[in-house]
Design a protein around this ligand. Structure first.
Ligand SMILES: Cc1cc2nc3c(=O)[nH]c(=O)nc-3n(C[C@H](O)[C@H](O)[C@H](O)COP(=O)(O)OP(=O)(O)OC[C@H]3O[C@@H](n4cnc5c(N)ncnc54)[C@H](O)[C@@H]3O)c2cc1C
Ligand code: SF4
Length: 349
């Protein structure tokens, strides 16, 4: 059984107390919300904070306010269950509800927060192992070692952005509020992420994520498809979030397509977006736009499934999300490869 290392746990009674505790403790400290990512990482000695500041009981982080017409604000401490069962989120931001509902298991969704999900550590088969396993290969660049086992001549780490909600938040144009004792700033969700497996967040360690601002719905329609091995629970090895604005006659006025799970950051498929603008969503237009997801997806062999097949699946999934938003039937069979336990939410409108 893996055990947690020794650490001091602090439980602030207010946001301002949490910020003070963080300022006092300095770089040795980390925040924890549900702990469903941080505590397993601590058990594997991937992250070893000496002080952990608990956020789970802070009411201001659990609010959900606003209306879809003006935009809604999700407190970063809302659990994934709070988010995916909220009727307004389900009705007006279905892609957010779908992504949250597809994360891990009901028990973990009752603990895990939406904020923790947006700040999830990047993942890699050579890193998500216990200390002894990692020691036996002399560790790797992401923690305690020097080289990257996935790309040994690479100067950078290629660990994978593996959160389900991240591509959705980027695609719908959400914003996040970061607060620390030295100030407060709002960022577009897209600006929060770097293409680097180690420095994957544009966030200082002392900054507290307090709010996620969902934009006014304003005619945008979005969906999320996730590829994983097991239907019961698994991290995404590909996630596609697609958000479209269609004119009354079905012409695409604006499009955002974002891939997760196939790079160290969420990848915007700019070429597909351009290929859709001003067009009606026929099969031919959809296939043309989706084909540009193939070069955009950059999977490596550091998660589940062969990387070539995941790259192929990116094309198929982008086409699937576009067909779903256009109200067309699903697009044929997936590329040949291993059996997929679930490629949800195919067939779910
Ligand atoms: C078996 C298993 C399966 C999983 N499957 C999936 C999956 O399919 N998809 C998926 O996306 N995730 C998955 N997860 C990961 C995790 O459960 C979720 O991402 C969850 O939403 C993380 O939230 P949390 O509150 O538990 O984060 P925590 O573990 O509390 O924190 C995660 C990180 O965020 C930081 N943090 C948390 N909240 C804040 C805040 N408000 N401000 C600043 N920093 C903060 C912490 O310091 C830490 O670095 C899985 C986990 C397990 C154990
Ligand atoms: S991509 Fe390379 S450096 Fe990064 S976690 Fe994996 S093996 Fe380590």
């Amino acid at each position: 059984m893996l055990r947690l290392p020794k650490f001091r746990y602090l439980q602030p009674k207010s946001l301002s107390e949490a910020l003070l505790m963080m300022a006092d403790a300095g770089p040795e400290a980390m925040y924890v919300a549900g702990g469903t990512d941080l505590y397993p990482n601590m058990k594997r000695r991937q992250q070893t904070p000496k002080v952990v500041i608990g956020l789970a009981h802070l009411e201001p982080l659990r609010m959900l306010r606003g209306e879809p017409e003006q935009g809604m604000v999700l407190g970063a401490g809302l659990t994934l269950t709070d988010v995916c069962t909220d009727k307004r989120v389900q009705a007006s931001y279905p892609a957010v509800a779908i992504a949250a509902e597809l994360i891990s298991t009901p028990l973990l969704r009752n603990m895990g927060s939406i904020g923790g999900n947006l700040l999830l550590d990047t993942r890699c088969n050579y890193y998500d192992q216990n200390y002894e396993w990692r020691k036996s290969i002399h560790f790797c660049m992401k923690k305690d070692g020097e080289i990257c086992w996935v790309a040994p001549s690479s100067p950078r780490c290629w660990a994978v952005q593996s959160s389900d909600c991240v591509p959705v938040m980027v695609a719908i144009g959400a914003k996040v509020r970061l607060v620390s004792s030295s100030g407060d700033r709002m960022l577009d969700a897209a600006e929060l992420y770097h293409d680097d497996g180690i420095r994957h967040l544009n966030k200082r360690p002392e900054e507290l994520l307090t709010e996620i601002h969902l934009p006014p719905v304003n005619g945008w329609r979005a969906t999320y498809w996730k590829l994983r091995r097991r239907g019961s629970f698994d991290f995404p090895v590909l996630g596609v979030a697609t958000c479209l604005k269609l004119a009354n006659d079905g012409t695409v006025e604006a499009a955002k397509i974002v891939l997760g799970g196939v790079g160290s950051h969420p990848i915007e498929v700019v070429a597909a977006q351009k290929a859709l603008l001003g067009k009606k969503l026929t099969r031919e237009i959809i296939q043309g736009a989706a084909s540009t997801a193939y070069p955009a997806a950059k999977p490596l062999d550091n998660t589940d499934y062969a990387m070539a097949w995941r790259k192929d699946m990116a094309r198929y999934y982008v086409a699937g999300t576009l067909a779903e938003l256009a109200g067309l039937p699903p697009n044929g069979s997936p590329p040949e490869g291993p059996l997929i336990a679930i490629s949800s939410p195919i067939g779910k409108a």
